[in-house]
Design a protein around this ligand. Structure first.
Ligand SMILES: [Zn+2]
Length: 258
């Protein structure tokens, strides 16, 4: 029997009573496990197979398949503070989706980044608008897709103007524009803010401010790069846009009540 810590990236019902869970684990990277009878044996699994639950997992390694048999899951953190807030739970679900799309292998630094991100999301009363771009950019970096933002990624020269090339993985100078016709405009302020986001800590994010225009540009560039790296637009992003719109609408509505 093997043991490790893991975070549930995804789980779904299989057959009559079982569940299949995909974890990101500290010692094995992405791990798929079958929890036989999980929907009946509440005392063994409880809520430990819910999305983004942080667990201590005991499992039997499969000899020939990629799905292992989970013996027991002890929940270390359910993140109730995230679950009771619709916006926070949508963010966490989105994070689990993009982690699953970008990461396979074991990486303790990434595992700790996920844990500290969930802890921050749970305790922070007011979320910075830069939280999602921060997470996306640093996840890309940890996954080995960190964009080059200090000089042209192609010829290494510095320039006053650049475009952003998702294919080459960073900014490119005018001499190199022809190397990627799908590169997009990027302004110096956007490059500066993206650089800052890769160097700061999550709990210092509230000290950084950005105009709505700059925030929009940073989000646009990061998403363009993220979609290119994953090969599609993540499903949860639509829910995030809808949740934010509804939240703003609810705040506006409640503030107009005398
Ligand atoms: Zn160049």
């Amino acid at each position: 029997m093997e043991q490790t810590e893991g975070i549930v990236l995804r789980s779904f019902d299989v057959r009559e009573t079982s569940k299949l869970a995909v974890f990101y684990t500290r010692d094995f990277g992405v791990l798929k496990g079958l929890a036989k009878g999980a929907r009946k044996k509440q005392k063994y699994f409880g809520s430990s197979l819910e999305l983004f639950s942080y667990d201590y997992i005991s499992f039997y390694k499969s000899r020939n398949g990629e799905v292992h048999l989970i013996g027991k899951c002890e929940q270390k953190n359910f993140y109730a503070g995230i679950r009771e807030n619709i916006l926070k739970s949508t963010f966490a679900a989105y994070w689990m989706e993009i982690v699953q799309e970008l990461i396979r292998d074991k990486d303790e630094k990434l595992f700790d980044f996920l844990l500290s991100s969930l802890a921050y999301l749970e305790k922070e009363p007011v979320l910075s608008p830069l939280l999602l771009p921060f997470f996306e950019l640093n996840l890309l970096k940890l996954a080995g897709y960190g964009p080059v933002l200090n000089y042209c990624v192609s010829c290494k020269k510095e320039s006053d103007t650049y475009k952003f090339s998702p294919i080459l993985g960073g900014i490119i100078c005018p001499d190199c524009y022809h190397k990627d016709y799908r590169s997009i405009d990027i302004l110096p302020n956007t490059i500066t803010l993206m650089n800052l986001l890769t160097k700061t800590q999550m709990d210092k994010l509230s000290r950084i401010s950005a105009t709505p225009k700059l925030l929009g540009q940073v989000k646009g560039v990061i998403h363009y790069y993220l979609f290119h790296s994953i090969g599609k637009r993540p499903k949860m992003l639509r829910f995030i846009d809808e949740t934010i719109k509804e939240k703003i609408f609810a705040e506006v509505s409640s503030s107009t009540v005398p």
